[in-house]
Design a binder for this molecule. Structure first.
Ligand SMILES: Cc1cc2nc3c(=O)[nH]c(=O)nc-3n(C[C@H](O)[C@H](O)[C@H](O)COP(=O)(O)OP(=O)(O)OC[C@H]3O[C@@H](n4cnc5c(N)ncnc54)[C@H](O)[C@@H]3O)c2cc1C
Length: 383
């Protein structure tokens, strides 16, 4: 088995880049929607055969075992080449939780099935009334014999309609003194009579997320991960790497490159006001990249990131949004049209980039919440 961490960073980057550039299907580059599994199955199989499905998992569980520096390179190359996020909630979210808190039997059963995508996962955290304030969740699970019986509703569940399983936070002790207590982490099959999924259309007309209704849904007791009533601490424990991943500069950098090409083709740079706004966006992208490098270096030295990492997510998502607004502006009267607009030989879907940028300030902890974190933990402002 290759120990990737023994390679120099430059060698590793070259190897990853070579694989992506030669193997990744061209028609899947920079997809504007979240694909169903069938659409990306052939790519998933290639990754699986190479042993590259789970870059962050330890090698003993079938992962690449990358250290923080190599992991950042892997994700940077993925984004640079416009590689779509696969159906990765198994690998990114529930897998690491099972590795850290699961029993040996849970590891043996679930981990290989997550890697092969025999099980495809969705995340059942948010509920109506429990988003930013997630600990408000009201979905109940009660033990009846050897099974949990689950009642309640989840919402914004990405790709629930194309998932075989759901991992969710549920309330198992409604009488716990604090709302963060009495929450447990359960796994369940989606194809059962107690679960109804209703898709929600996004602004772009895509069906990416869903409502999930749980009406006496059932799951065996052995599908409880970690200790009963301790799910909250577990669910929060694994967010630290995501905080830098979500703040990576590629999102804004790629959009800026697209904007430049598009604006040139459309003659938008002849307008001095547009030129000014473009220069401002380009400087914001540079500033953000410099800040990101500082945090990435901290990770590479094995240091823990502080709460100030929230700046990254705020900055990159808001810059990304401004860039996509400039794209719509550069498109002039065509800016309100869905579908590719031609510039020379290149087609660019301006409106879909604009739509894609909208939710980035909401998911992964809304930007207002990130600002609250900065205000309290970094600036030490009063409540
Ligand atoms: C594209 C996308 C995919 C998603 N996928 C999933 C998924 O797969 N599974 C899942 O469980 N969830 C998912 N979510 C849900 C996401 O986690 C929530 O949208 C998010 O936590 C915000 O919660 P909310 O929508 O209930 O908004 P609310 O919490 O109601 O917030 C509404 C507004 O009020 C602001 N606000 C709230 N509280 C405060 C405060 N204390 N101070 C200042 N401002 C505040 C927020 O910032 C926001 O602007 C997804 C969301 C999006 C956009």
């Amino acid at each position: 088995m290759t120990d990737w961490n023994q390679m120099s960073d430059a060698e590793f980057r070259k190897e990853v880049r070579r694989f992506f550039e030669t193997e990744y299907p061209a028609e899947l580059r920079n997809l504007s929607h979240r694909p169903k599994f069938a659409e990306i199955e052939h790519w998933h199989k290639k990754l699986h055969a190479k042993g590259w499905v789970a870059p962050a998992w330890p090698a003993e569980y079938g992962g690449m075992g990358l250290n923080a520096a190599k992991l950042l390179i892997f994700y940077e190359e993925q984004q640079r080449w416009g590689i779509v996020r696969g159906r990765d909630m198994g690998v990114q979210m529930v897998g690491p939780l099972i590795i850290k808190y699961g029993t040996q039997a849970q590891k043996d059963y679930w981990l290989p099935r997550i890697l092969s995508c025999e099980t495809i996962w969705c995340q059942g955290y948010s509920e109506p009334g429990a988003g930013s304030d997630l600990a408000n969740l009201r979905t109940r699970a009660a033990l009846e014999g050897d099974e949990f019986v689950i009642n309640g509703q989840k919402i914004w569940t990405t790709m629930a309609h194309d998932s075989t399983h759901i991992f969710m936070l549920v309330r198992t002790d409604p009488n716990a003194p604090k709302k963060q207590q009495g929450i447990s982490f359960l796994l369940a099959r989606m194809d059962q009579p107690g679960i109804t999924v209703r898709t929600i259309k996004t602004l772009a007309g895509e069906e990416e997320f869903c409502e999930v209704f749980l009406d006496n849904a059932r799951t065996p007791r052995e599908n409880l991960v970690g200790e009963m009533n301790k799910g909250w601490t577990m669910a929060k424990a694994l967010l630290s790497f995501e905080r830098i991943f979500i703040g990576s500069p590629n999102l804004a950098q790629n959009a800026l490159i697209q904007l430049e090409g598009f604006a040139r083709g459309r003659g938008a740079f002849e307008d001095p006001v547009f030129r000014d706004r473009f220069a401002q966006a380009a400087l914001d992208v540079e500033d953000h990249a410099a800040l990101y490098t500082r945090f990435a270096d901290q990770l590479k030295r094995g240091e823990t990131l502080g709460s100030d990492v929230s700046m990254l997510k705020i900055w990159v998502t808001e810059t990304f949004q401004r860039i996509t607004e400039l794209m719509v502006e550069a498109a002039g009267p065509d800016g309100g049209t869905l579908g590719p607009l031609q510039v020379g030989n290149v087609g660019m879907d301006v409106l879909s980039s604009f739509y894609k940028a909208r939710p980035t300030t909401i998911y992964g902890g809304a930007n207002e919440i990130q600002r609250n974190i900065l205000a309290k933990a970094v600036l030490e402002l009063p409540d």
